[in-house]
Design a protein around this ligand. Sequence first.
Ligand code: NAD
Ligand code: UGA
Length: 455
Amino acid sequence: MKTILCIGAGYVGGPTMAMIARKCPEYRVVVVDIDAERIRAWQSDRLPIYEPGLQDLVKATLNKNLFFSMDIAKGIEEADIIFVSVNTPTKTFGQGAGRAADLQYWEKTARQIKAHAKTDKIVVEKSTLPVRTAEAMERILQSGNPTVHFEVLSNPEFLAEGTAVKDLENADRVLIGGHDTETGRKAVKALADVYEHWIPRERILMTSVWSSELSKLAANAVLAQRISSINSLSAICESTEADITEVARAIGMDARIGSRFLNASVGFGGSCFKKDILNLVYLCQHYGLNEVAAYWEQVVTMNQYQEDRFVQRMIAAMFNTVAGKRIAVFGFAFKADTGDTRESPAIRVCHSLIEERAAVVITDPKALNNARKDMADCGDKIVYEEDPYRAAEGAHALAIMTDWAEYKALDYRRLYASMSKPAFIFDGRNCLNHRDLFEIGFNVYPIGKKPLSHL
Ligand code: NAD
Ligand code: UGA
């Protein structure tokens, strides 16, 4: 029986390994982490992350051929293939602070692998990394351990949170970057064999290591660019009374453009878009490609502008002051179907509202604990409320930050009745029925559309 190890039991490591364990019963899959609480949670009924379908997936394989453990050394010793799926956040200190990837967790992992490997290993970069990181990985691994051969592959992950299980099961493509050498080709084949258990062969793409590393950064940059593009157009819509939904539909029907990922919003969040674009920007600057760097940086600038514009519009609509007004923030997760709040636009919006001295109440079906941590610096200025109806009581406005399905199903007559008048809704996701809300009595402010106002 072959053994696969994954170092890093996070949003990527956990679901990806659960899927491999499910699809490849003849492999033993071990996931290790330095975070004891996380490992315990993976072994329990309360998984450390929320993803639709994940609980069942883990349950089906846990302690059969899927194991979670803290014993990293033993894991490395026993494994044939080692996935590295540790976090690679933006560096907050020193050279490249605010842009470059912080590679300290990744480097520690490389050193651990070197220290404990006694037989040849295939080491797979699953984390998103700057281009040519594999070269550094190889140098660390090969230094002082001449009896063991390490073959480094790049195999970036493209799953999106909230749909991780679906994305893993039915991936658009699996990308494997390897060296064009005998050992490189052999390693690529060994990894492709794993995925071929459920991914059609024509969707398994093999490239050079550098193309694979860059493709991951490029995919996120291009996806985020689409959102910034449509959000920039939403600003023109608000000034001209064009409607962003109509514009998105009209351009999206052009097969060359395509209709997906063109939903205007309060801004994109998530742990990766901003981080990976800034990583790309840093890389461009490193190679002296300053115009290319400036081009991609604008995608992030536009996103921040969109978040700020949302708050400015709220203030302007509410008679230029929100001081002392209760504002119910509906949703704190960066998107629906996840409890993750990393880089959620709600963070910046709530901070701005607190600066304006609004009385902020946050409600979210899955992300309240993370919201408390993200907004800890605001202390008791923010109230956290599980029940959206209670959050809305006495509020002057509802600000929809996450497109949770449950928000579409709320009784808006009941919400309206309990609110201060005039009552406002700022729909940061364009996910509600604006005409119905207007008829109930709300003053409705969507993104990139003319407001429906009684005033
Ligand atoms: P995460 O923070 O959820 O998980 C990373 C885990 O690695 C943590 O549990 C941490 O404790 C562990 N870790 C750190 N150093 C370690 C070490 N030396 N030994 C053992 N464990 C260690 O991060 P994530 O969201 O899973 O992202 C991981 C990587 O995958 C990142 O590079 C990210 O860019 C990329 N990625 C993420 C997503 C996503 O949707 N979150 C999607 C695609 C790619
Ligand atoms: C994104 C990519 O979609 C994944 O392919 C990639 O693997 C992942 O980043 C990563 O590298 O971490 P994720 O951030 O989980 O996945 O979620 P997305 O569905 O991409 O949404 C990101 C943000 O953009 C969310 O805040 C979402 O609400 C927003 N968005 C998305 C829009 O505002 N409009 C859209 O049309 C689509």
